[in-house]
Design a protein around this ligand. Structure first.
Ligand SMILES: [Zn+2]
Length: 227
């Protein structure tokens, strides 16, 4: 059961971050008529992958990834995509206050009832961590009764040992096709993984169906410190 929201604000650093664990939920919100804004901070231009066969060169990768991101948003029915133009792999060096201000501006502009981002300390990549820190800091500074909910995606190895099981699980069976199309849209990054996924789907593999069907989040607890 996915709760209806007033407005959902997604804040992630890389094109394709949305595809793996959030795209089914985004499509479900859109089907419910919930407005969804996706702020994608970089164009992932430092990505190591260029597709197989290559669909991009080092020089064209930013444009290719931009086009892939737009296609992914179409697959999810998401209309409010904001590409913020930071440089990939540099977010950790951005001024923390500037990042917080950016999140504050996004929240002020969209007035979300729910924000979805990464979980600080449990999201592996330095850009993910920098994004997560800024999101948590910005919301923490708001008055308690004005804060949107924060659903955080965590996938570090120690996540379940330290945080327990995710407390918000979305069954996205109804939007699995949207999710697959979002994953397929990011072909320069997902081609290898999608080959395997489509093979397993063709064989009716229960594990892959389960992986696609359930999206897992931690509802951020504001009494926990992230530092
Ligand atoms: Zn990423």
């Amino acid at each position: 059961m996915i709760e209806k929201e007033r407005h959902v604000l997604i804040i992630l650093p890389h094109p394709d971050d949305e595809a793996f664990g959030i795209s089914g939920s985004i499509a479900a919100y859109r089907n419910m008529g919930v407005p969804v804004t996706y702020a994608c901070l970089t164009l992932g231009e430092m990505g190591r992958n260029l597709g197989e066969p290559p669909v991009a060169t080092r020089e064209t990768l930013p444009e290719i990834r931009k086009a892939e991101l737009i296609k992914s948003c179409e697959a999810m029915g998401l209309e409010d995509l904001r590409m913020l133009g930071f440089r990939d792999k540099t977010l950790e060096f951005e001024d923390d206050e500037e990042m917080v201000k950016l999140v504050e501006d996004l929240i002020e502009d969209t007035n979300p009832s729910l924000v979805i981002s990464f979980y600080p300390r449990y999201s592996v990549h330095p850009d993910h961590e920098a994004t997560a820190r800024a999101v948590v800091s910005a919301i923490r500074r708001m008055k308690e009764d004005e804060r949107p909910k924060l659903y955080a995606v965590a996938f570090a190895n120690n996540t379940e040992a330290e945080l327990g099981m995710p407390d918000v699980i979305h069954d996205v069976q109804d939007t699995i096709e949207n999710k697959l199309n979002s994953l397929r849209a990011h072909i320069s990054q997902t081609v290898w993984m999608m080959k395997e996924t489509e093979d397993k789907l063709a064989q009716n593999d229960p594990e892959i169906k389960k992986w696609l069907r359930y999206e897992r989040f931690y509802a951020y607890k504001w009494d926990m410190d992230f530092k």
